[in-house]
Design a protein around this ligand. Structure first.
Ligand code: KMH
Ligand code: ZN
Length: 273
C-alpha cells in the first residue's frame, strides 16, 4: 500500500523550449514523460500544454486530446492547470474544465509572480470552484501564501466541500512574491489549514525544492516535483528528464519510510470515482 502521493508537474508555462530543449512541450513528449514518471513512482500529473511553437496555450481541442492521450497511456490522475500563464484571460481559464480532466488546479488568490501578477480575484475563484463542483472535477487548492489558506477557509465555508468530498491542498512555496520555500513557512501554513483538509502536498520552486520536500515529508505531507518548478538537480546540473525529479522524490520518501502510491490509490485519496 502506497502512502506517498507524488505529483509531477513536467512543463509549466514559464520556461521556453529555446532555453530548455529537454522540457516536454509536444503531446508525444508529454505522454513519454508521463509514462516514465508513472513507472518511476508518480501518481498524478499536473498539466500545462503548448502550441506548435511551444508557447503556452489553453486551446480546448488540444487540452481534450491531451487528457485522452494521458488516460490511454497511463493510469495517472490527470490534473489540468487552470492557472495557465500569467497572460491567459480568466474566461479561458474557466473553459479548461470543458476538457473534463480528473482534477484541476485552483489557486486561492492573486499573487505577485516574479515581475508579473498571477491574477485570481475572489469572484473568479468562486466561479471556478462552483464549476468544478458542477462538472465533477476534483480541485487541488494551490496556496502560494498564508492569505490563500485563509481564503480556502472562506471558500469551503461558503460553498461546502469539493466534488468527491475530499480537500486536497498543494503548498506552492518559493515563488518570488509568495511565501518563502522554508520549513518555517511550511509549518505555519500546515498549522493553519482548514480542518476539512484530507491531504496536502508541497512544492518548492527553484533552490527551495529540497528544503520544502524534506519539510513536507517530516510533517507527513505529499510531494509535487517537476520541471515546472525546478530545472536543476544541483547547482549547475540541469534536469534532463522529469523522471529524475520523480526518482529523487521516491528516494526522499524511502528515507522517510514512505511508499509511492499508485494512480488508483491516488484516486481514492482524492475522492475520484
Ligand atoms: N503558471 C502560473 C502563472 C497553476 O498551474 O494552477 C500558474 C500556475 C498555477 O502554474
Ligand atoms: Zn501549474
Amino acid at each position: 500500500m502506497g502512502d506517498l502521493l507524488i505529483t509531477v508537474a513536467p512543463t509549466g508555462a514559464e520556461t521556453t523550449k529555446a532555453d530548455c530543449p529537454q522540457l516536454p512541450t509536444t503531446l508525444a513528449e508529454l505522454v513519454e514523460t508521463a509514462r516514465r514518471c508513472e513507472a518511476a513512482g508518480a501518481a498524478m500529473v499536473h498539466v500545462h500544454i503548448r502550441d506548435d511553437e511551444h508557447r503556452p496555450t489553453l486551446d480546448l481541442g488540444r487540452l481534450t486530446d491531451t487528457v485522452s492521450a494521458l488516460r490511454e497511456s497511463t493510469g495517472l490522475v490527470v490534473q489540468l492547470s487552470t492557472g495557465g500563464s500569467v497572460h491567459d484571460p480568466l474566461d479561458d481559464r474557466l473553459k479548461v474544465l470543458d476538457a473534463a480532466p480528473d482534477s484541476c488546479s485552483l489557486t486561492m488568490g492573486t499573487t505577485n509572480f516574479g515581475d508579473d501578477v498571477f491574477l485570481n480575484p475572489w469572484p473568479f475563484v468562486c466561479d471556478l470552484y462552483q464549476l468544478s463542483q458542477e462538472r465533477h472535477v476534483v480541485p487541488e487548492f494551490e496556496l502560494f501564501d498564508l492569505g490563500h489558506v485563509a481564503a480556502l477557509h472562506r471558500l469551503l465555508g461558503r460553498f461546502g466541500l469539493p466534488y468527491g468530498g475530499k480537500v486536497h491542498v498543494d503548498l506552492v512555496m518559493g515563488v518570488p512574491g509568495g511565501m518563502p520555500g522554508t520549513a518555517d513557512a511550511l509549518v505555519a501554513a500546515v498549522a493553519a489549514l482548514p480542518a476539512e483538509t484530507t491531504s496536502w502536498s508541497a512544492t518548492g520552486i527553484g533552490r527551495s525544492t529540497l528544503a520544502v520536500g524534506l519539510a513536507s515529508l517530516s510533517k507527513g505531507g505529499h510531494l509535487r516535483v517537476g520541471m515546472e518548478d525546478v530545472l536543476t538537480l544541483a547547482k549547475g546540473v540541469p534536469v534532463d528528464h522529469n523522471e529524475q525529479l520523480v526518482s529523487r522524490a521516491v528516494e526522499m520518501g524511502r528515507l522517510a519510510q514512505r511508499t509511492p502510491m499508485s494512480g488508483k490509490e491516488a484516486r481514492d485519496l482524492l475522492g475520484l470515482a
